[in-house]
Each structure stands twice: as structure tokens, then as C-alpha cells.
Write a protein that binds this ligand. Structure first.
Ligand code: MRU
Length: 351
């Protein structure tokens, strides 16, 4: 069936600009409640990113871009001659919100480039730029949906991890976007999703999005992924990325590396789907990517209850590195790379 990805309508948006504020769907309450927060300051935006109101690398980038609009608005109101200097304080706060997703730094750099030569009120120009970043992210996802769906055209069932859908992006999704397109085309039958400890982005968010899109979805405990592959229940693994180093190493949600190892063992394709804004050509390899540690409490407590002896030591890196050698295919909006490496990634950017 030839379905155009751009015709598949999103039933959810992680962020919207209201005209005065940035409205975020508070993902911490999903799937139980659809609550929204309106943010009027860049500091509020940084806090929302840090506290996981919004998450997912591309969504963090788009959110930060709107955060710069709010920062510039405040700075220009404070001093219309020194606003460029004043805005930097908020940019530093935004940049520090989360360390691994490079889309944050990428979006801030693009916004900073845009206001460098603006002399008048910067808000209209910056709002245009933030909206462009938002729109381009959705367009990139549509393109990756088309490219990725062709790669999994012979897969009936796939496994994914974390949440890479509309909630994690400007709209449509990266890995989940590929899954959506493949399902709409009638090639994909169902998706398995890891619950994704400790934040449960898989069972709370991906399962919720799949339900909205009527994609049959089955949740598994993260530790069931190997058995799922062993029993032949999935034909490929499709995931997103928070940052891809120049050599193709991939930082993504903790557990991704184990999936890549298991996929290679079982002869399953391991596919990474990410826009070029997630590729960090300044970082040579995965070992140089900063990995966020959110503290042991996320593991030893659940919904305010202790689920481990009080004071137990816990290690909670929330991302891991999958070496490029375990990635079979990298799907970007600029094209698809088999067995990514530094040369192929460089060539992608010089097209
Ligand atoms: O901690 P999170 O929920 O922000 O982690 C999100 C992920 O790891 C996603 O896989 C990644 O950001 C890609 S989202 C399109």
C-alpha cells in the first residue's frame, strides 16, 4: 500500500507555542492524565526539561529553541541595548538542563547564530527560527519514516525501546515514526516495546502513542528482550538516539547497548533512526559523550515508595553507548547509511 508519511496525522504534540508562552504536555502524568503546563520563562523551560516534563532528544531541542524566545523577550524588556548580553545567562541555564541529548546544544547554537546580527526587537525573528526548527524536525521525521519503512518492509514485528514518537520530537517521531509509516503501509503487523526502566517511557508513552495510532503493541520487561529475540518473535530492533558521535557510536536510552548485542547474536537488524541534528561531528567517539546520571533514587524508589532497602547503593546512568560496529543501519533525513563509520557520516554532511 503506498501511504505518504506526511499524510499520517499526528494526534499528539509535545509542545505548542501559544502566542505568549510555551505549552508542554506534561509527560510525567501520562498515560493516566493529559495535563499541560504553560511556561513564560527560559528558567521554567530549563526546569521542565531537567524534570522530564518534556524529554526525547529532538523534543528537547525544539523546546530549548522556544526557551530562547522567552529569554530574549525578557532580556529585551529589561534593556533594549544590552539584551544580547543579558540573554546569555538564560542560555547557559538552558544548556545545562540535560547533558546527553546534543539536540539541545544544537538548537541553542542555531538560535544564537540567528540573533547575532539582529538590531531591533529580537522576538519575531527568534520565534520564526524556533518555528522553523520545529517544522524542520517534523519534516525530517516524515522523510525518515519513508526511508526507514522501506528498510523494514519485510518485517512483520519489531522491537523498540524508550519513546521516540511524537512525544519525543517536534512531531511524528523517529524510530516510532518509521514504525508508524510501516504500519500504515500494511507491512508491519505489531510492535513490541521494552517498558524502559526506570522512567517507563516504553510502557507509559510509546504504548500510549501506539494506542492512539491503533498500532498493536505489546510491552515486555526490559530483561525479556533476549528471550523475545530467541523465540523469533521480532524481525528487527528499531531505536532512536540522543547523540551520535562522528564515528557512528550511538548514545541512547540505557538498555540500547544490550539490545544491539542481543540483536547481533540473533542475526537481527539493529536500526538507528535519528535526524542530522542528533549527529555531533565535534565528538569523535562514544566514549567522549557525557552520560547523564539521574541518581539512584529513580531505581530504589517507585511512586514515592521504597522498593529496595533504605540507603542501598544504586548506579543509574540513563544512557549507554552502542558502538557503531553493532549498528546495521542508520536512517537520517539526508539518507540511509549501512554500517555507519566516520567516512560515511562525513560524506552524508558533504552531500
Ligand atoms: O531520558 P529520555 O526519555 O529523554 O530519553 C529519550 C531517548 O533515549 C530516546 O530514545 C532519544 O532521545 C530519541 S527520541 C526521538
Amino acid at each position: 500500500m503506498s501511504v505518504k508519511t506526511a499524510d499520517i496525522v499526528d494526534s499528539v504534540r509535545a509542545m505548542t507555542w501559544t502566542g505568549k508562552s510555551l505549552r508542554l504536555l506534561d509527560q510525567r502524568y501520562l498515560p493516566a492524565e493529559e495535563k499541560y503546563v504553560d511556561l513564560h520563562t527560559a528558567v521554567g523551560v530549563a526546569e521542565a526539561v531537567r524534570n522530564m516534563v518534556v524529554r526525547g532528544a529532538p523534543a528537547i531541542g525544539v523546546t530549548a529553541a522556544y526557551g530562547v524566545v522567552l529569554a530574549a523577550k525578557k532580556a529585551y524588556q529589561q534593556d533594549r541595548y544590552r539584551w544580547r548580553e543579558l540573554v546569555e545567562t538564560d542560555l547557559v541555564i538552558l544548556a545545562a538542563a540535560r547533558p546527553t541529548a546534543v539536540n539541545l546544544a544544537w538548537a541553542l547554537a542555531r538560535m544564537r547564530d540567528r540573533f547575532r546580527f539582529v538590531e531591533e526587537d529580537p522576538v519575531p525573528v527568534l520565534l520564526n527560527e524556533a518555528a522553523a526548527i520545529h517544522r524542520e524536525d517534523i519534516d525530517a521525521n516524515h522523510r525518515m519514516g519513508e526511508l526507514g519503512a522501506a528498510i523494514i518492509a519485510d518485517c512483520l514485528n519489531v522491537l523498540t525501546h524508550c519513546n521516540t514518537g511524537s512525544l519525543a520530537t517536534g512531531g511524528y517521531g523517529t524510530a516510532l515514526g518509521v514504525i508508524r509509516t510501516a504500519f500504515a503501509r500494511g507491512t508491519l503487523v505489531s510492535v513490541f516495546v521494552n517498558e524502559t526502566r526506570p522512567w517507563l517511557q516504553g510502557s507509559r508513552l510509546t504504548a500510549w502513542e501506539c494506542r492512539q495510532e491503533q498500532i498493536p503493541v505489546t510491552v515486555i520487561a526490559d530483561s525479556a528482550a533476549g528471550a523475545l529475540m530467541q523465540q523469533g518473535k521480532v524481525d528487527a530492533v528499531v531505536v532512536g538516539a540522543d547523540r551520535i558521535a562522528a564515528n557512528g557510536d550511538v548514545a541512547n536510552k540505557i538498555g540500547t547497548y544490550s539490545l544491539a548485542v542481543a540483536a547481533r547474536h540473533h542475526g537481527l537488524k539493529f536500526i538507528v533512526v535519528a535526524p542530522c541534528s542528533t549527529i555531533d561531528r565535534e565528538t569523535s567517539c562514544g566514549g567522549d559523550i557525557p552520560i547523564e546520571d539521574r541518581g539512584g533514587g529513580e531505581i530504589t524508589e517507585f511512586a514515592g515508595q521504597n522498593i529496595a532497602p533504605a540507603g542501598l547503593a544504586a548506579w543509574n546512568p540513563v544512557f549507554d553507548i552502542t558502538p557503531a560496529s553493532l549498528v546495521d543501519v542508520l536512517v537520517t533525513e539526508k539518507g540511509v547509511i549501512d554500517q555507519p563509520d566516520s567516512c560515511k557520516i562525513e560524506a552524508l554532511f558533504s552531500q
